[in-house]
Each structure stands twice: as structure tokens, then as C-alpha cells.
Design a protein around this ligand. Sequence first.
Ligand code: GLN
Length: 530
Amino acid sequence: MSCPEASGTLAGSGDSGSGNPAASELIRLTAAELSAQLVAGEVSAVDVTQAHLDRINTVDGTVHAFLHIAHERALTAAADIDRRRAAGEKLHPLAGVPLAIKDVLTTRGMPTTAGSRILEGWIPPYDATSVRRTLDAGMIPLGKTNMDEFAMGSSTEHSAYGPTRNPWDLDRIPGGSGGGSAAAVAAFEVPLALGSDTGGSIRQPAHVTGTVGIKPTYGAVSRYGAIALASSLDQIGPVSRTVLDAALLHDVIAGHDPHDSTSLPDAWPSMVEAVRRADVAGLRIGIVRQLDSSSVQSGVSTRFHEALVLLEKNGAQIVEVDAPHFEHAIAAYYLILPAEASSNLAKFDSVRFGLRVTPPGGGTVEQVMAATREAGFGSEVKRRIILGTYALSSGYYDAYYGSAQKVRTLVQRDFTAAFEKVDVLATPTAPTTAFKLGEKLDDPMSMYLNDVATIPANLAGVPGISVPAGLAPEDGLPVGIQFLAPAREDARLYGVGAALERALHAQWGGPLLAQAPDLTRMIPLEGGHR
Ligand code: GLN
């Protein structure tokens, strides 16, 4: 048993805050379980939606996972699904299942800020393709989730709208940049969420909140309508409480989109099928020697190695592999990302979107732009714009951006060489469990170092999954294990993730989140901090 004593599981721990015992059961169900009940007509989409909105109402004053909650719209959409289902229409199995959307994705008629003041009040005229596909499947968006401004960060503390708290310990970070999506799923506010991952923003929040997060192969999910951070690294993916749930959402959002020129034309296999077939017998799993180091927190390392032993018992073969250039990945990333971001963020110029600040007494167009960007961007965004502009400037371009691109190629070659020996790679998802709010805010370098294990996948475009591996003995906080596969082999990750999850659940007697401190007791029903 790798988890400390559970203080009463969430299941059966009582009221969700709605006063309706059935509602407190509904929020604990996975998307797959909700789908089964909805399809069987045992529960209505309105009841499911209302139960989750009540939960948000109860806990989100404390967790602050959401920037915008779409109460009425969600209930109207749910009523529509119930009506269509009652009329015998053949709906997608996820029709009526609630969803949270990271605020980096455009949502027609719903505010979209990317965590920035510069987009405050902007209501996009179109849906991101990933969002549109969930709507077409009949999923119910409950709102937009908090994030580091323009997805720059690992703690959600760089949001212009205040930080999100980790439901496991309210004094700790929920990871970033997608801390809102991960916390919403971990706090049972929603069973599924959409995230974006440029250097780890889906996987690292999953690691610190005991949830599942996947960065698909670059180009597998459309980036159309995803507010670009670094276009060659960005990818959209699912956040969930189980591997099966992630697969359900993955199958909805993946696939070619003519609106995204980097979208792959591939016909993807079903990830749900990969979960159902999950088996690691004969699978070769490579431990990346360079990421299995003494700088990893001891409890993170313990759970990582225990998970590997368990996989070995289930028939996998564990081998050590070298990826000698991974240690330079962070340095390359923090040149390539700011370079691309400085270009992508040039469009926030006070003319077309959101905020406009006019200097006292008026001003030229340039002065209005400068005043708007000065007031509208936070300090981390400014730091990266300045760094990226410098790295791209003539005279420095080859030395910085050019060198970083060469390192990127070397990292890609490390992956190619490793995948000649093994089927997947395994690493701890991040070197530590959730750190304290404020702990790394004044030390950008130490914040950046949290991404050491997640960044290589973005540089190479390969897919990665983070699956809960247990709780660190020293602090009782969640630990994730990351698996990486060759490009286009996302299904392989679902297979190994589901096989490990099955083996761990058998050990734990249920999911990791069922062992979370009782959230309904930890977070008073009225909201407010412990
Ligand atoms: N933490 C990383 C960064 O600050 C990753 C961000 C992301 O994946 N969006 O850039």
C-alpha cells in the first residue's frame, strides 16, 4: 500500500453542498460512469450539470479554478441534450457530460482572457476547433479555467486574476500553466477539462493534483482558436481523473482540421480501445538516466521506481537509456519559447482586442500601444517578450535562436535513438510535489527547472502522459509518472497508462483521488479558506 492512511474516502463522505445526496454522488462519478447513466436514462443532463454547478458554487470561492462560470448557458445546453435524448436522437456517449475549458481556448460568446488583463472583457466571435468538437459531441461547458498569463508559468500564480489553490493542500500551487483545469478536476468540480501544453502545462498540473493529463503528438489536436504561446510547441489535450476518461475526450478532439496548417492528416486509432486493450506484457520501458537523478525529491523517486517495479511484475521490461542532450532542453526551450511568444504576442496592440489605455491628454498610435501593453501584460510576460525580442535581434539571432534550434534537433535525435531500443520512456513527471504558493515567485529560474522532464517532449513533438503514481511519503502529496512515446503513438501511452492505473487501483483499493483529504470537510461548505 503506497498511500498513507486515507482519512475517509470521498465516496460516501456526505453532502456536496447542494443538500441533495444524489448530487454528492454524481460529482464523484467519472465521465465514463456519467455517460453510462445518461445513456441509460438513469439521470438527466440537467441533474448532472446542476450537481457540478453546485459543487463549483460550494468550493470554487476557495479553490479558484474558474475565471468564468457559465451557469445559465450550461443548464440551457443540458436541457437541450435531455430533450434530444428523450426524442430518441442518437447522441454521442459524452452528450450531457460537463467540461471545463482552459481560458487559452476561444469560446464563442464566453469571455476568453488567457489569464491576462490585456484580454479582459474580450468575447471571441468563434470557438476553438477543440471546443467546437466537444460542443458537437453535446458536452456541457461549465466555464473557463484559470491559468498563468498566456500560459507562461508552472504555478498559475502568474494569472492576472489571482492564483488557483491545490485541492490537496490549499497553501500549495496546483501546477501551471493549466492549474485551473487540473484543480477543477481534482476538486470534483468537473470530470473532464481541456488544457494546453507547451512545456508541461497539462502534465505538471496533473502530477501535483493527482489527476491524469496528456499532451498529444504535435499536430494531433487542432490549435485553431488556441491563443498561441509558442506555435511550434503548443498542443491541446485532456485532463481527467482516469485514463479512460482522458481517452474519451481525446477521441472527441483529435483529428485533422483544415484551419490549422500543422494539423496532421492522420486517421487516429481509438484511444478508448487502447485503454480497453491495456497490457504491458513484453513492452520495453526505458528509464531516462539523465532524468532519474538526485535532484528529484525522494518521495517522487520512490513512487516512480515502485511504479516501474509494478509494471515489471505485469510483464514489462525495464531498461536504462541515455538522452544526453535532455539536460540542455530547458536552455533551448527558454530561447525558442520567448522568441515565438514575442512574435505571437505582438498582435495584442490595443487596436483589435480587449484593453486600450490612452495616455493622459491622448497620444499617438504608438503611445497608446505602449501604454496598453505596459498596463495589460504582467511581469513574466514582459520578461519573455524582452528575452525573445533580444534573442531574435540581428547580430544575436544565430548565437541564441540558431543555437537553440540546433539543441532542439539534438533532443529530437536523442528520442529517435532511445525509441530504437524501447517502446516508451518513463520519467518522474516533475522533480518535486506541489510547492508552496509564493515559494518560487521571485526566482524564475527555479520555477523553470520544474519543467525539466516535460519540456523535451514539446521540443520533439512527441506525446506524453502523466498518471498518478501515489503520494510522496514525506508530505502526503500526489506524485505522477510520465510516459513518452514516439510521435503518432499516443495510443501506446493510453495502453501503458491504463495498465499501470489498473495495477495501482488494485493496490490502493480505488483511485488516488478517493484518498484525498476529504474535500467537503477540508473546504467548508460556505467556501472560505480553512
Ligand atoms: N511552465 C512552462 C513555461 O512556463 C510550460 C508552459 C506551458 O506548457 N504552457 O513555459
